[in-house]
Design a protein around this ligand. Structure first.
Ligand SMILES: C[S@@+](CC[C@H](N)C(=O)[O-])C[C@H]1O[C@@H](n2cnc3c(N)ncnc32)[C@H](O)[C@@H]1O
Length: 272
C-alpha cells in the first residue's frame, strides 16, 4: 500500500509533469509514449546511428540502454539458472527479457503504464520466454510483490522519474532475498528533485554498494540523440503520431540544457 508520504510526493510531482509534458500524471505521459513507440523506425535509426554496435536493438529500449549496460546488468546480478528476477519500471520489457534469457532466470516485470505492460506481455514469445516471464502494473515504491521473493532486481533509466526514491529503494530491499543484488541505471542530478549521489541513499536503506560507475559515452550519446530528435521532429510526428513524438521532443528540449548537471550511472548494490 502506498504510504501517505508517497502519495504526497506523487501529488507534488504531478505539477512537475504538467509543466514539463503538459500531463498531470507520469503514467499518462508514458501511456502516450508507448501508444506509438513501436512505429518509431526513424527513432530507432537515430539510436542505431548514434550508438553503433553498442545499440541494444533487440531489447528496443525506451531510453539510453546500451549493449555494454546489458552485459554489466547480467554480470553484476550474479543469477543462477531458475532464479527469479524482477525488472522495476520495465517499460516494454526488453532489458529484462535480454537479461533473463542470458542468465536463464524467471522474469517478473512491473511498470506504472498499463499500455507498456500489455505490449511487454505480447513480446514474451519473441524472446522465447513463454511460461518464464510475467508482467504486472505496479509502482516502483509499492509493487505489491511478495517480501524476500527475488534473487535479483534490475531497473533501467527509470528511478530518476519516481517521486519517492527512498521508498523505491526500500521496496527493492523488501522484495529481495538476503544478499541478492539490485542493479540499475539512472541519472544522478545536481538539481532540485534529483539525487546527487545514490550511494548514501542505498547504504541507509538496506544495501551495500558494490559498484557505482559512470556509463561510457552517456553524454555524447544523449546529446547526439536529442539533437537528431529535434532536427527530425516532423518525420517523428508523422511516423509515431503527435502524442508519442512530442514526449520525445519535450524530453530533448528539457534535457539538453541540463546535461552538464547530470551523470548516468550503473549501480550494483547487495542487500545487507
Ligand atoms: C525511460 S522509461 C524506461 C523503460 C525501460 N526500463 C527501458 O529501459 O526500456 C521509464 C519507465 O518508468 C516507468 N515509470 C515511471 N514512474 C514509475 C513508477 N512510479 N513506478 C513504476 N514505473 C514507473 C514508465 O512508465 C516508463 O516505462
Amino acid at each position: 500500500m502506498p504510504t501517505l508520504a508517497h502519495r504526497l510526493k506523487s501529488f507534488v510531482a504531478s505539477f512537475y509533469w504538467f509543466f514539463y509534458q503538459g500531463r498531470w500524471r507520469v503514467k499518462d505521459v508514458f501511456d502516450d509514449l508507448y501508444e506509438g513507440q513501436q512505429r518509431g523506425e526513424t527513432l530507432r535509426g537515430i539510436f542505431r546511428d548514434v550508438f553503433g554496435d553498442d545499440y541494444a536493438e533487440e531489447a528496443d529500449p525506451t531510453g539510453f540502454l546500451t549493449m555494454t549496460d546489458l552485459r554489466n546488468l547480467a554480470k553484476h546480478l550474479s543469477l543462477a539458472e531458475g532464479d527469479s528476477l524482477v525488472d522495476l519500471a520495465c517499460g516494454l520489457g526488453g532489458a529484462g527479457f535480454w537479461v533473463a534469457r542470458q542468465t536463464s532466470a524467471l522474469l517478473t516485470g512491473i511498470d506504472i503504464s498499463s499500455v507498456a505492460i500489455e505490449k511487454a506481455r505480447e513480446r514474451i514469445v519473441d524472446f522465447g520466454l513463454t511460461g518464464r516471464a510475467e508482467f504486472h502494473v505496479g509502482d516502483f515504491a509499492a509493487t505489491g510483490l511478495p517480501q524476500a521473493n527475488f534473487a535479483g532486481a534490475m531497473s533501467v533509466d527509470s528511478l530518476f522519474l519516481v517521486p519517492d526514491k527512498i521508498g523505491s529503494v526500500r521496496e527493492a530491499a523488501r522484495i529481495l532475498k538476503p544478499a541478492a543484488r539490485f542493479v540499475f541505471t539512472t541519472w544522478e542530478l545536481d538539481m532540485a528533485g534529483g539525487v546527487r549521489d545514490y550511494r548514501p541513499v542505498l547504504e541507509e536503506n538496506g544495501f551495500e554498494v558494490e559498484v557505482c560507475d559512470t556509463t561510457p559515452n552517456w553524454e555524447a550519446y544523449q546529446r547526439a540523440v536529442y539533437e537528431r530528435i529535434l532536427a527530425e521532429r516532423e518525420v517523428l510526428i508523422e511516423e509515431m503520431g503527435k502524442k508519442t513524438a512530442m514526449v520525445w521532443v519535450h524530453d530533448a528540449q528539457a534535457e539538453l540544457p541540463r546535461l552538464p548537471r547530470m551523470r548516468r550511472v550503473l549501480i550494483a548494490a547487495r542487500k545487507k
